[in-house]
Design a protein around this ligand. Structure first.
Ligand code: COA
Length: 153
């Protein structure tokens, strides 16, 4: 059965928590508590296949013209099938709908984002607000993630 992408609902909190926690333990994502997920559920999209949540992604507004893609991940066994790109497309659509022209991400998956039309940029071009989440990151003083940006037209 093909995967479908949809807005997240409150019943997705537990699978979202488990998925993000799995990546957080590997140092790929920042953890999100169930309470935070519940509060921010409106910012999440999920990919669903065979009745299960197998992917997720979210938007975090950082300013009038800038939004960040966060918590983007696909379960093992479902990677490399275009599902991550489908989630990115849907987050880009949402940014467009909100009339926010710049979409950025901090990532290790540079080729994936480049295939989706993002360009690598210097982290320093982003305002301080981008870094407020970093206080929760173990690597805060040794951030090795790459900043990528897509400007919507
Ligand atoms: C990064 C991730 C979301 C990509 O999702 P995906 O569903 O596997 O990606 P897609 O199938 O949509 O890939 C789209 C394109 O990017 C390429 N791509 C995907 N992952 C790649 C990688 N790690 N390195 C190089 N290219 C990659 C694919 O080959 C594909 O290219 P094609 O269109 O020429 O075939 C997924 O691998 C993942 O969950 N990674 C771990 C979590 C993570 O690092 N998230 C990013 C946090 S910002």
């Amino acid at each position: 059965m093909p995967a479908v992408c949809r807005k997240a609902r409150l019943e997705d909190v537990e699978p979202l928590y488990q998925m993000i926690q799995g990546y957080a333990e590997k140092g790929i994502m920042l953890p999100r508590s169930r309470a935070v997920l519940e509060k921010q559920i409106g910012e999440f999209v999920v990919a669903e296949a065979e009745g299960k949540v197998i992917g997720c992604g979210s938007l975090c507004q950082l300013g009038n013209d800038l939004v960040e893609i966060r918590s983007l991940g696909i379960s093992e066994g479902y990677k490399g099938q275009g599902i991550g790109s489908m989630l990115v497309d849907s987050l880009l659509e949402e940014a467009k709908r909100r009339e926010i022209p710049k979409v950025m991400a901090l990532t290790y998956e540079v080729s994936f984002f480049m295939k989706n039309g993002f360009a690598v940029v210097e982290k320093e071009i982003f305002p301080e607000k981008v870094w407020t989440d970093c206080i929760h990151c173990k690597k805060q003083h040794a951030c090795d993630e790459i900043a990528v940006l897509k400007v919507l037209n």
